[in-house]
Design a protein around this ligand. Sequence first.
Ligand code: A3P
Length: 315
Amino acid sequence: ADAVQDHRVKEYAGAISALPSNPKLRLRCYQGTWVRERWVPGIMAIQRSFTPRRSGDVVLASPPKCGTTWLKALAFATMARDAYPPAHPDHPLLRLNPHDCVPFMEDLFAAGWGSKLEALPSPRLMNTHIQYSALPACISTNPGLKIVYICRDPKDMLVSMWHFIRKTSQPDLSFSDFFEGACDGVCVSGPIWDHVLGYWNASKASPETVLFLRYEEMLRDPVANARKLARFLGHPFSAAEEDSGAVTNVVKLCSFEKLKNLDVNRAALSSFPFRSDVFFRRGEAGDWANHMTPEMARRLDAIVQEKLRGSGLSF
Ligand code: A3P
């Protein structure tokens, strides 16, 4: 895999080195979005060679730190529930991190492993942080492909991202520096407002192919959102399943407390170059208040509000 990745990186190296960079956060600005440098070859490869399956694909899309792990678990548990009912004692989510159940497209394609998607059962579940406008048309305008998007109050997203970056790569990153950059649009998958707006507009234009979810709404009513997700994915909970508590069991299996405390998600060793427990921190709304002054919060809210003006979306 390393050899293939080296090959890819070399293949795209010229194009990548010409992109604006933010060395501190190891980001490159590609087609208007600040993305992690190591994802750029993957994004380019997806744009060139992703081949949708006729029988249907499901792309879980999000800006990082907005509930991707949760959405992966919920979508996987929902779609796999005929083979693995949520109370199954050997459920894959009990022994695999949700990121190992639903592949991350940028990493997969950067490693030259896009063809591994062929091995997935239909509909294939996969995830991306690519902004809507940079998706290849075979994903963004494909009536046979469904996109489920999740986002979150940008203030909590930034706090979560800052913790994640500190734990995984830069222990000395100061919150105020990080915050300043993000207000200028520079954070992973930023500008945040562009990311959210792209999928919001797509969900308004095509609600049958793009489902727009919000982390805070899911916290408030996870069962209703799990039902909505299952309906959207074409695998609604039947009356018999409702009676047997299947929806509640899916929600319980995918809950923060349940996943966080599983051995596989507490492991020092994982398929990532860092501990898998970094994906499970607090799992709450409103932690921004512990890191931002009221002035910082007002400033970011005002920027976001201005950027989203007229869209019908607000945070
Ligand atoms: P916090 O850092 O605010 O706690 P992502 O999965 O996109 O990386 O997002 C990570 C955020 O989702 C983290 O937020 C993490 O704690 C939270 N999270 C992870 N699993 C969750 C779950 N099952 N339910 C609710 N929140 C979850």
